[in-house]
Structures are given as C-alpha cells and as structure tokens.
Design a protein around this ligand. Structure first.
Ligand code: 5GP
Length: 189
C-alpha cells in the first residue's frame, strides 16, 4: 500500500473574486493538474474551448452524466457545470495535485467522495470591491453580473459549513502564497 496518491484541492469563491487567476498561478507553481470543466454556459469572446471550459450543449452534458463521466456536477446560475472524471483520476494516480475550481455545491460532492480533499474558499476584501471587479471584467451583461453578485452571500454562508480554509484575496500574490502554503502542508502530511 505504498503507492503515492495525489491530493485534491477544491478552490471556490464568489464570481469575480479572482479564482481563475489564482488557480492558474497555483497550478503553475505546484506543477499541479488544473481541471478543465464542462459547461452548458455560452462561451464568451474572451474564452477558448478546451482551455477555459469544454463548452457543451445540454444534450451533450446530459450524455456525460448518463455515461458516468463526471466526478461532480451542479446547476450554477442556470447553467450546468461539471468536472470530467477521467483526467482527474489519471492525475491522482500519477501522484499529482489536482486543482478543482468549482462552486460550493460541487465542492460538497467532491468532499463526500474524497473526504481528504483540501477545501479552500476565497473571499473578496469587501462587497464593494467584488461589485467593482465584476463590473470591470466586462464578461457579463449587467443583469448577469447582478445575479452573480446577489448569490455571493449565499455562497459564502454555504462555505462556512464545508470549507476549512478561508482566504481573503486583497493582494493577489499574498492570497496565492497563503493557498500554496495550505496545499503544501497537506501534501506534506
Ligand atoms: P463562470 O461562469 O464564472 O466561469 O463560473 C460560474 C461558477 O461555476 C463559478 O463559481 C465556478 O467556480 C463554477 N464552476 C466552474 N466549473 C465548475 C464545475 O466543474 N463544477 C461546479 N460544480 N462548478 C463549477
């Protein structure tokens, strides 16, 4: 039983908090596997299929569920998002750290399957700052951005139950360092 298994780190947080930037930096520094999710959300002009997400139709997504290809999935802001299982399993078997940038519903499912998962939730320094970041990224229409901001409180409340690590993203590099520390401690256990 000496086979070295990788660990999973779930990183969640409200829309606009800076998760994607943080996850890319962390994955680069740890040479970790950063999972690419499947989603039914329409692709924005700033995104690339296969890099940011695999963009699927509802039928294609449904087929992924039926074929048992997803580790977890959830309905977030009226679109479906899920984590492909095969690549995650492969990375874990190879002893790699797996980073999942997913919402709190998905995080809960992963924790149930892999109780040893490191759960990290990223908080904005203030509600105003989050609102400005959502406006500033120019990806969402005003209505969609408002919906995302409105959900932030619910997500934060849910996170208090399932996430043992809360990190404030005030200064990006500081947040990255804090998260690296949390994951390295877990790897070293
Ligand atoms: P966005 O549309 O802003 O890229 O993502 C919306 C929300 O969906 C974010 O909270 C993001 O973390 C979450 N999300 C992205 N991929 C997945 C996934 O594979 N599973 C789950 N449960 N949530 C995801």
């Amino acid at each position: 039983m000496s086979e070295h298994k990788g660990i999973i780190a779930v990183i969640s947080g409200p829309s606009g908090v800076g998760k994607s930037t943080i996850c890319r930096k962390i994955a680069g520094k740890l040479n970790a596997y950063l999972s690419v999710s499947v989603t039914t959300r329409p692709k924005s002009d700033l995104e690339e299929d296969g890099k940011d997400y695999w963009f699927l139709t509802r039928d294609e997504f449904q087929k992924q569920i039926e074929d048992g290809n997803l580790l977890e999935y959830a309905d977030v802001f009226d679109n479906l998002y899920g984590t492909p299982k095969d690549k995650t399993d492969e990375a874990l078997k190879a002893g790699k750290t797996v980073i999942l940038e997913i919402d709190v519903q998905g995080g809960k499912q992963v924790k149930r399957i892999y109780p040893d998962t490191t759960m990290i939730f990223i908080l904005p320094p203030t509600h105003e700052e989050l609102s400005q970041r959502l406006d500033g990224r120019g990806r969402d229409k005003a209505e969609a951005a408002g919906k995302r901001l409105g959900c932030a409180g619910t997500e934060i409340a849910a996170a208090w139950q399932d996430y043992e690590n809360m990190v404030i993203n005030d200064k990006l590099e500081q947040a990255v360092d804090e998260i690296l520390e949390i994951i390295k401690n877990k790897i070293g256990e």
